[in-house]
Design a protein around this ligand. Structure first.
Ligand code: ZN
Length: 426
């Protein structure tokens, strides 16, 4: 006889699954009656009543909103409506980037309640960065207290290869870190649940839960900022690869005999040719070689101060040199994306990061190059556009790391004294 009672088939596990299912239905509907939950989930009326009661009184993720319009005249009773308690609960999302650490406190409907930002100060070392992260989190927790919000945890996006299970940053060229135990170091400073993940995957997760993921199950989110990375979603799930290191789109080698050195130590990577850093460097080199451009005025003669935003603004204003530099980067990006589309056959590619803010100057060339360089028919119908939340894509994604755990009613993090997200009363 096969053992029919699997270890996952016990009552508490089934109860947990039912709760997750009901919570998801309530959140998607915003406001719904118990009878409608019964219809939507296929669960029995007594089960729905019991689960909803628990979600109201124990997890405090659902609340009563009073009687709705009657749908049953004979019964004469108006159904009691419940709704997702998104505004009473909050999460914190942080993007630890090469130049700045940005944080948001937002409710579970992803409405931003407050923001904090500090310079990263990479040259001051890892301890300074960790202290800055802790300072931002403490300030936002204080804000949450004054707003009477219950915070469930902190999601942190880091540029680099992140082992999500251990919270170790395996390698980060931007910070010069190798095997940095960031999670362990932060739990010494912060007494709340934490999740750390790679910034590009985090951006893709934010899109999956709140952006293009509402329409597509297969898409790639490409982050073109100081560096280039990507998060890949296939069949509605993020691709982690071996050790969770998948998605290093920026380090696809593009040139055989390139002399352009990449920050990873290799030569001719896409990132070395098309990132924000590459665009700024290319403009600086052209001007240094004697080219004329409105960029000279924009940087007040200080060529080394030219950054990506200046080049983007000049390109938008029609500056020939800036347009040339941007279009050159966009062609490389388009060629890289053509390879990615041939390989994965996604429904959409969304591009975020500072470079994507340049708009049509970038996207026109990228779309045209993708059409030209993909295998016949492969790019047909593939949407190529900007990420849903613009420059907030990474912080919204980081906050979503916690939201996802809350929605699954899961324990997150190993912060001191905090065993469960729903037991994190700050
Ligand atoms: Zn590289």
């Amino acid at each position: 006889m096969p053992n029919l009672k699997s270890p996952l088939g016990n009552a508490s596990y089934v109860n947990h699954l039912n709760k997750v299912k009901v919570l998801d239905v309530i959140r998607r509907a915003r406001a719904i009656s118990r009878a409608e939950i019964v219809r939507a989930t296929g669960l029995s009326a007594p089960t729905v009543t019991r689960v909803v009661e628990s979600l109201i009184s124990e997890e405090r993720l659902v609340r009563e909103t009073g009687p709705g319009a009657s749908k049953d005249i004979r019964a004469g009773r108006r159904p009691s409506i419940v709704e997702f308690s998104g505004t009473d609960n909050a999460v914190i999302g942080l993007d630890v980037g090469a130049t700045s650490i940005r944080g948001i406190l937002c409710d579970l409907n992803m409405q931003v309640l407050c923001r904090r930002e500090l310079p990263t100060q990479v040259d001051r070392g890892v301890e300074t960065i960790l202290d800055s992260i802790a300072r931002i989190v403490h300030e936002m927790l204080a804000e949450a207290v004054s707003l009477e919000k219950r915070v469930h945890g902190v999601g942190i996006a880091v540029a680099g290869l992140v082992d999500r299970q251990s919270g170790v940053v395996v390698f980060s060229p931007d910070f010069g870190w190798e095997d940095a135990p960031v999670y362990a170091a932060l739990t010494e400073r912060l007494d709340c649940p934490l999740i750390i993940d790679n910034v590009n995957r985090v951006m893709a997760l934010g899109e999956l839960w709140h952006g293009v993921g509402k329409r597509f199950k297969n898409f790639v989110c490409v982050n073109v900022g100081y560096g280039i990375g990507s998060g890949i979603i296939l069949n509605g799930e993020p691709v982690y690869g071996n050790r969770g290191l998948a998605g290093e789109f920026g380090h696809i080698p593009m040139e055989k005999d390139s002399r352009v050195r990449c920050k990873c130590g290799n030569y001719g990577c896409l990132e070395a040719l098309a990132s924000g850093r590459a665009i700024a460097l290319a403009a600086q080199q052209e001007l240094g070689a004697g080219a004329t451009s409105s960029l000279t005025d924009r940087c007040q003669g200080e060529i080394r101060a030219i950054n990506t935003e200046m080049v983007a603004e000049a390109a938008k204003a029609g500056d020939d040199l800036a347009r040339h530099v941007f279009e050159n980067a966009a062609v490389y990006l388009g060629i890289g994306l053509a390879g990615l589309i041939n390989l994965l056959s996604p429904e959409a590619v969304v591009i975020g990061g500072g470079v994507a803010e340049a708009g049509d100057v970038l996207f026109d060339t990228v779309r045209e190059t993708v059409q030209r360089r993909t295998m016949k028919g492969h790019a047909t119908g593939v949407e190529i556009g900007k990420v849903t939340f613009g420059l907030d894509a990474t912080v919204i994604g980081a906050a979503s790391l916690i939201l996802n755990e809350v929605m699954r009613l899961k324990t997150v993090g190993r912060g001191r004294g905090k065993k469960s997200v729903s037991l994190a009363p700050f």
